[in-house]
Ligand binder design. Structure first.
Ligand SMILES: Cc1cc2nc3c(=O)[nH]c(=O)nc-3n(C[C@H](O)[C@H](O)[C@H](O)COP(=O)(O)O)c2cc1C
Length: 176
């Protein structure tokens, strides 16, 4: 597990290679295995491999989304807030599970934040994504996960990069 976590970095450059159906299935199964509050499973996942749609999605906000244009696969993580009051936590957990599943099968990924982000004309990125993907009004969009074979090698984390000062024992003790 630690090896996987050290290795996982946000990949924003992808090879122009399709992600195989079996790998997409594996990623989708991983998402469905995500834990959720009271097992309500308020999420739904949209796996998008249509280039034009991904290109449209890459315009959902002015910063931090343009790279998605080069991704062969994207998974939108959406949820129904009426099914669970802590849907944000549930959708976030599913998002990171998707990223770890990708890493475990040799794929890179990057989270693109949608909730609370504006488009370039100051409307909501969430509304933009809902329109592009025909998501029903009552659903919310947490993230888009861009996925593909890595076309950049980012340094894995090392033990010396870990902020051990953030770990407290028994009580929170402020360190100067
Ligand atoms: C909640 C969340 C939102 C993020 N949103 C974006 C985003 O919109 N665009 C982007 O390029 N990266 C985004 N990232 C990736 C972070 O920038 C990245 O995880 C962070 O810089 C640490 O780098 P690493 O993932 O390589 O460890 C997001 C990550 C998280 C956890």
């Amino acid at each position: 597990m630690l090896e996987l976590l050290y290795k996982r970095r946000s990949t924003r450059k992808f090879k122009d290679t399709k992600v195989e159906k079996e790998k997409i299935n594996m990623i989708c199964k991983s998402a469905l295995l995500s834990p959720s509050s009271r097992d309500k499973r308020p999420w739904e996942f949209i796996a998008i491999d249509d280039k034009q749609t991904i290109e449209k999605l890459s315009k959902c906000k002015p910063h931090g989304a343009a790279f998605m244009k080069g991704a062969p696969l994207c998974i939108a993580v959406v949820a129904d807030p009426e099914k669970c009051d802590v849907w944000i936590e549930d959708a976030s957990i599913a998002s990171i599970i998707i990223q770890l599943a990708c890493e475990s099968i040799g794929l890179g990924s990057c989270w693109v934040q949608i909730r609370k982000r504006p488009t370039s004309d100051s409307t909501e990125s969430e509304e933009y994504v809902k329109k592009v993907l025909q998501i029903p009004d009552n659903y919310r969009v947490e993230s888009l996960i861009a996925i593909g074979y890595k076309d950049e090698e980012l340094e894995p984390y090392t033990e010396s990069s870990l902020m051990f000062e953030k770990i407290h024992k028994n009580l929170f003790q402020k360190k100067d």
